[in-house]
Design a protein around this ligand. Structure first.
Ligand code: NDP
Length: 446
């Protein structure tokens, strides 16, 4: 019965959103858990809440013209998906990457709605970005692009309407340029962005929050087995914001991280990426904007070109680069090699068939919408601090982040318990859905 409903639901979604494969994938994974739940709770199915949730409240697509350093005009495409505002202003990052298209941003916005709901904070869901590639561009070119992008986006956002943040390709530098342009156009200093620099309203612990939060979530999952990350060998992918602070917190908790990657390949350092090596990576990636291959040259370890790190024998993995970076066969190899924890830092890094492998093997699998929610949670705390016009100490923000990750874990446990096994994917989907659905029900057909 539920299976037939899922097939009909997906057929309709695919017909309405042709070619948007990542969006189809994200919705199908959620709908597979939600349809049996709403069938058992007809107040949700009668109000067509799932059908409403997969339709963005608003989609904005715009032209972004800018001039490069040679004086040539370049044209990119800008997007903002305002997916759902039932529980708060739209909230979600901006991604600048050549692969960005409508389908990818709709998948991210849809996931963001449920993720933000799980954080316990009052934030709706959105996502945006551009097919602009900051790689290889000068600071001046990145600024020109950001100013042009914001010259259009500023009409649609605001501290009580829609509050963007960073994502792939949008770090401290880009957020600074975007915020500066918004302030100039509006003549207002408001908390319209999160992930801002410390000197203009940013929160302590925001840069660390996604990576740290993911490690806290993994530690909570391990606690249910009377275990911990101490002494565990870990594989991390990516080498950007999320990956860097995942490594930092894993080191603090006594784990050993042996891999990092970028879109060209991965390094394997059997001795572990310690604090000193991590500081070197941060400088390489955040300032010199170099490739991870350089790490192998500097520290004399293995580099595998064009490959991902999932063949390395390890106890726990923290995919922190991008969507669909763990295939079904990668998942099979990880399980075969004895990996017992997967905690997703990136959004939807595991293909649907890979998720099925992890669930079948009954390993601890923390899905992205729960495990990486620490970033947006501290963004929510940044919004609160901006509204109050004060800033909390590092200890205060860290304690709140830890409390939120524990609350998300408890929500997953409450909604994902199966016989002798916690299905965190199901728990996160149902837990995230209920709050948004109840708010939508209360607000009528809008
Ligand atoms: P960054 O831009 O800081 O880093 C991204 C890293 O992933 C880089 O090492 C990059 O390599 C690699 N990467 C990007 N695209 C690909 C690809 N197609 N194939 C292989 N490697 C790739 O981004 P973040 O660290 O902020 O984001 C990483 C992931 O975490 C994303 O999925 C993002 O949505 C998610 N996330 C981020 C949050 C945040 O607070 N920043 C919050 C929640 C989720 P290269 O430099 O070669 O491109």
């Amino acid at each position: 019965m539920s299976e037939q409903k899922l097939i009909a639901f997906m057929k309709n979604l695919k017909a309405k959103n042709p070619g948007e494969t990542e969006f189809h994938q994200a919705v199908e994974e959620v709908a597979a858990e939600i349809i049996p739940f709403i069938t058992a709770n007809p107040k949700y199915s009668e109000a067509k809440l799932l059908e409403r949730m997969v339709e963005p409240e608003r989609t904005i697509i715009f032209r972004v013209p800018w001039r490069d350093d040679r004086g040539e005009i370049q044209i990119n495409r800008g997007f903002r998906i305002q997916m759902n505002s039932a529980i708060g202003p739209y909230k979600g990052g901006l991604r600048f990457h050549p692969s960005v298209n409508l389908g990818i941003l709709k998948f991210l916005a849809f996931e963001q709605v449920l993720k933000n709901s799980l954080t316990t904070l009052p934030m709706g869901g959105g996502k945006g970005g551009s097919d602009f590639d900051p790689k290889g561009k000068s600071d001046n070119e990145v600024m020109s692009f950001c100013q042009s992008f914001m010259s259009e986006l500023f009409r649609y956002i605001g501290p009580d309407t829609d509050v963007p943040a960073g994502d792939i390709g949008v770090g401290a530098r880009e957020v600074g340029f975007l915020f500066g342009q918004y302030k100039k156009l509006r003549n207002e200093f408001t908390g319209v962005f999160t992930g801002k620099g410390r000197s203009f309203g940013g929160s302590l612990v925001r840069p660390e929050a996604t990576g740290y939060g993911n490690v806290f979530f993994a530690e909570e999952m391990l606690k249910t087995k009377g275990n911990s990350l101490k002494g565990k060998v870990c594989a991390v992918s990516g080498s950007g914001n999320v990956a860097q602070f995942t490594v930092e917190m894993l080191n603090k908790l006594g784990a050993k991280v042996v891999t990092l990657s970028d879109s060209n390949g991965f390094i394997f350092d059997k001795d572990g990426i310690n604090e000193e090596k991590l500081a070197w990576v941060m400088e390489l990636k955040n300032e010199k904007r170099g490739r991870i291959r350089k790490y192998a040259e500097k520290f004399g370890c293995e580099y595998s070109d064009g490959k991902r790190p999932w063949g390395v024998k390890c106890d726990a993995v923290f995919p922190s680069a991008t969507q669909n970076e763990i295939s079904k066969s990668d998942a099979e190899i990880l399980v075969k090699n004895g990996c017992s924890v997967v905690s997703e830092g990136a959004n939807m890094p595991t293909e649907s068939d890979g998720v099925k492998i992890f669930l079948k093997a009954k390993i601890l699998f923390g899905p992205s919408k729960a495990a990486n929610a620490g970033g947006v949670a501290v963004s929510g705390l940044e919004m609160s601090q901006n509204s109050l016009r004060l800033s909390w100490t590092r200890e205060e923000v860290l304690a709140k982040l830890q409390g939120i990750m524990q609350a998300i874990h408890a929500n997953c446990l409450a909604n994902g318990q199966e016989e002798n096994f916690v299905n965190y994917a199901k728990g996160a989907n149902i837990g995230g859905f209920i709050k948004v659905a109840d708010a939508m029900l209360a607000q009528g057909v809008v």
